[in-house]
Write a protein that binds this ligand. Sequence first.
Ligand code: FE2
Length: 197
Amino acid sequence: MTQDHRLETLRAALAALYRAEGRPEATRTAASLLAGVLAAEAQPPCALDALIRRTAATSPLPAARAVLAVQELVPWGTNPVADRTGSVADIIAVATLMSPEGPILSADFRLGLFYQRPDSYYPLHNHDADETYVILAGRADWTAGEDRLPRGPGDVIHHPSRMPHAFRTGPEGLLALWRWSGDINTHSYAILPDPDA
Ligand SMILES: [Fe+2]
């Protein structure tokens, strides 16, 4: 297994975001990230690679720069709910970095990176897990329960268990960090009826 300082930089940048979030589960996640290892393994090509790079390059955040620096090693295409996303699968890419199945092992958390194509809509969906997104690059109009707000780099959005959420991107696309905590089962993930879809 090859160590790669760029992956260490990425783990440190993501841990810094979680320390800043302040929730107890975020602080625990930061510690798990710093204690974990991401192996430098070549990944299959991601269909959205050029778009991900373009969006990441617009951000001043260290975590976005860290993703860009290590993009060819990010395991895009490892969405834990890929079998349940239906037509949404064509507009998103998900990379899992920590979960009960790895690559960083954790019994309590799932987390990773999320990308959504420019000018697309990820309709209302929900799940049992509590979830926190941190926007790394790009923008989206973000629905979280009754809230509808434009979100951009550095914004932190928390979805309590079962809260419906939806994202509409503009020309910039969207790169974000996501984390599940609490009940992290994947079978409860569901796309919901959405009048805006
Ligand atoms: Fe979610």
